[in-house]
Write a protein that binds this ligand. Structure first.
Ligand SMILES: C[C@@H]1N[C@H](CNC(=O)c2cc3ccccc3o2)[C@@H](O)[C@H](O)[C@@H]1O
Length: 439
């Protein structure tokens, strides 16, 4: 019998995180839109590395922030824009330059499947207000302009064809088509963004059309929800759950409600006792940055290490790709997705469907950590030895027989007082993370 949620916080609090989200562990985030045309940002910091103040906002590494980065009237993106497009070129003119002429949503979905992802989250409307779906509340959308396609609908169909879950991102509180005061600090971001009841209704109406048209498995709201619309939220969220019973929402509704909490790069905190999700770009940006140098893009080994440490601590990893305006995925991003998929094909038994172990991760050095997961009565020991070709670690309190999941891993396991010593002589194809099942 399908549960019916009332539009009250009490009823919503009865919603449980669905098994598919607990089991899924790995999703692909996609930031694609008008900002993918200029595809420019300075390569400065990861979010959380420096305070969110004027220095961050006038040197914003997020290429999807291009509108604000030129709107502040100074800084590297402003200089780039004047030099490349001219002082009078309006951001809105990118709407007719974005053609997505090489886009093949089925190809994208096949790549995400090969990457071992279980779900996908696509931007439907980012802070610039341009919608990737035929919204009835604005013509500033990809059906009317640029690609002249229902990007959201076409990718949703392709992703579901590959039996992956489709999630939708919505920029709830920031929409620069309603309020575009230059943002130079977090106060601007949270308190002057879209201050009208008209915008609150707009955000509510668009969220309803996204839910009713696409029934997303994830409703991923960003930054916050319009304060003038907070009283709409219980109705919106109960409508969402009554439409998508095993749907999930994140914690960016002004801390009023969530199924899972979020981290972004170095920003935010997570605790093992509740479900959380880590999101980040491959480099310093979510939107494609054509200037990005390879040294700023996460290595394959570090991406898998992040997935392992996130999952072992009760999280999911939502790893972003920033496609080019023409619809192609940059090779360096595709390469990382395929390598993660390769690792998961060999070691995924310790990841998919696993649960957080009562054993906390052990950090021996900055390079050597051991993580644990549990699944169907088995304990998995995941030895992460960054940049090393061999390692020997003693894990206390373990006993029994440990088998490497990767047959190419050459390891010796010996019982020592009160634990097991793992001597890994060769990590095989497992990118310096060797996984053992303890029976
Ligand atoms: C996924 C990215 N989100 C950015 C906004 N980030 C946040 O609002 C934010 C970051 C963050 C970290 C910990 C807990 C809550 C948090 O909220 C947003 O500004 C970027 O352009 C990109 O879309």
């Amino acid at each position: 019998m399908k549960k019916r949620y009332a539009s009250t916080w009490e009823s919503l609090k009865e919603h449980q995180v669905p098994k598919w989200y607990e089991d899924g562990k790995f999703g692909i985030f996609i930031h694609w839109g008008l900002y993918s045309v200029p595809a420019f940002a300075p390569q400065t910091w990861e979010l959380g590395e420096v305070p969110p103040d004027e220095t961050w906002f006038s040197n914003n590494p997020y290429a999807e922030w291009y509108y604000n980065s030129i709107n502040v009237g100074y800084g590297p993106s402003y200089d780039y824009h004047v030099q490349k497009y001219g002082k009078d070129f309006k951001y809105e003119q990118f709407a007719d330059m974005w053609k997505a002429e090489k886009w093949n949503p089925a190809e994208w979905a096949r790549l995400f499947k090969k990457a071992g992802a279980e779900y996908v989250v696509l931007t439907t409307k980012h802070h610039d207000g341009f919608c990737l779906f035929p919204s009835e509340y604005t013509d500033y959308n990809a059906w009317r302009r640029g690609p002249q396609r229902d990007i959201v609908g076409d990718l949703t169909d392709a992703v579901r064809e590959e039996k992956l879950r489709m999630g939708l991102y919505y920029s709830g509180i920031v929409d620069w088509t309603f309020a575009d005061d230059p943002i130079l600090n977090n106060e601007d971001l949270f308190h002057t963004a879209s201050p009208t009841f008209a915008y609150a209704d707009y955000a509510y109406n668009q969220s309803m059309e996204l839910i009713d048209r696409y029934a997303p498995s994830v409703f991923w709201n960003d930054i916050g929800w319009p304060r003038q619309g907070e009283q709409n939220l219980p109705y919106l969220l109960s409508h969402y759950y009554n439409t998508v019973e095993d749907g999930v929402v994140n914690d960016r509704f002004n801390d009023l409600f969530h199924d899972f909490t979020t981290k972004e790069y170095q920003s935010g905190s997570a605790n093992r006792r509740e479900k959380w999700e880590m999101c980040r770009g491959m480099g310093l940006s979510f939107g494609y940055n054509a200037m990005e140098s390879d040294d700023k893009i996460i290595s394959i080994e570090d991406a898998i290490s992040l997935l392992v440490s996130t999952v072992a601590n009760n999280g999911n990893l939502l790893l972003n790709i920033g496609p080019r305006a023409d619809g192609t995925i940059p090779e360096e991003q595709e390469k990382r997705l395929l390598a993660i998929g390769e690792w998961l094909r060999v070691n995924g038994e310790a990841i998919y469907g696993s649960r957080c172990s009562s054993r906390e991760s052990i950090k021996y050095t900055d390079q050597i950590q051991v993580h644990f997961t549990e699944r169907e009565g088995a304990l998995y020991v995941l030895i992460d030895a960054k940049g090393r070709s061999q390692v020997a670690v003693t894990v206390p309190g373990l006993r029994g027989n440990a088998i490497p999941l990767d047959p190419e891993v050459d390891a010796e396991i010996t019982a020592v007082d009160g634990g097991l010593c793992f001597t890994v002589k060769n990590f095989g194809s497992s990118q310096n993370i060797a996984v053992f099942r303890l029976n």
